[in-house]
Write a protein that binds this ligand. Structure first.
Ligand code: PGA
Length: 253
């Protein structure tokens, strides 16, 4: 049985003040929730504050990115070990904004996944197709290329038991357009099938999150799909009321 997860990707948003307010509200509500895992992904500079505020709570945290090097002369970068030092459980890898705006290739993304696993972090490995690619019926082709480096390596495949996959159609991110529950289910089922072809046990336990304009009014129908194990939430994770509404969609609290 997979425990659903609701993860809030704050992107480049938040101040010391807004984080204090948001986390106070989350902590107050998420006290006895055991049927869903909640995690937040603040910008690097807020991780210390988040660690302090969330230590001992039921909410986990992670970073939005990491570098592949361990330490040294890489100005502006942050390593997996630094993230561990700040109590991170998770790290986002391959978010479409990293792929599109910072030119992160499929190869680099898989390397980041590997480095995260080696450091004891759980990567949330993000994949998704653009609108053009969907229109040309290339969705599966694009997703399988993004996953290739993981599925084709026995070691990376085995480490999926410590990872999460997020399917985020690029055309749905921040646009207000959401994949229909059936559309999301179709892709999630396919992803699980690809993993199951190699290892059924890992596929059965693998959490696959949906991301892209998830709001409290569409979350319930998306999360009701058998292969949708929760969501990666951008815009709606910045307001406690909206984010908690989404958490409630897959929890009985
Ligand atoms: P959105 O972002 O919920 O604002 O569409 C999702 C994401 O980028 O993870």
């Amino acid at each position: 049985m997979r425990k659903p997860m609701v993860a809030g990707n704050w992107k480049m948003n938040g101040t010391k003040q807004s984080v204090g307010e948001l986390l106070a509200a989350l902590k107050e509500q998420i006290t006895h929730v055991s049927d869903v895992e909640v995690a937040v992904f603040p910008p690097y500079v807020l991780l210390g504050q988040v660690e302090q505020l969330l230590a001992g709570s039921l909410v986990s945290w992670g970073a939005q990115n990491l570098d592949i090097h361990t330490e040294g002369a890489y100005t502006g970068e942050i390593s997996a070990h630094m993230l561990k030092d700040f109590g991170c459980t998770y790290v986002l890898v391959g978010h479409s904004e990293r792929r599109a705006l910072y030119h992160e290739s499929n190869e680099l993304t898989v390397e980041k996944y590997r480095v995260a696993i080696a450091a004891g972090l759980s990567p949330i490995f993000c994949i998704g197709e653009t609108f053009e690619e969907r229109k040309k019926e290339k969705t599966y082709e694009v997703l399988s290329a993004q996953l290739l480096g993981i599925l084709s390596s026995q070691e990376n495949l085995a480490s999926l038991k410590n990872a999460v996959i997020a399917y985020e159609p690029v055309w749905a991110i921040g646009t207000g357009l959401t994949a229909s529950p059936e559309m999301a289910q179709d892709v999630h089922q396919k992803i699980r099938f690809w993993v199951a072809e190699r290892d059924k046990h890992i596929a059965d336990g693998l959490r696959i999150l949906y991301g892209g304009s998830v709001k409290s009014d569409n979350a319930k129908s998306l999360f009701a799909m058998p292969d949708v194990d929760g969501g990666l939430i951008g815009g709606a994770s910045l307001k406690a009321h909206d984010f908690l509404g989404i958490v409630k969609s897959c929890s009985s609290f």
